[in-house]
Write a protein of this length. Structure first.
Length: 73
């Protein structure tokens, strides 16, 4: 979902896997975090497809507990 970084008030994306258009308004409810935090989430949790190791022992669940603002800001 790297490409969701590009959405803004004038750009939305169609995600075939979800069969939905993703906008800034529905990104949080559809994907679980704010669209401006895509890179931060990848740096902390890691991403196998992009060969990003992330912080050992920190997954999405832990990330949302220690940084709940990642979902909303």
């Amino acid at each position: 979902m790297d490409i969701t970084q590009l959405i803004d008030d004038y750009i939305c994306l169609y995600i075939p896997r979800l069969k939905k258009f993703i906008t800034p308004k529905n990104h949080i409810e559809e994907l679980g975090y704010h669209h401006k935090n895509v890179l931060l989430k990848k740096m902390i949790c890691g991403d196998v497809s992009d060969n990003i190791k992330g912080v050992k022992g920190v997954g999405e669940g832990t990330l949302y507990k220690i940084m709940p603002e990642i979902k909303t800001q």
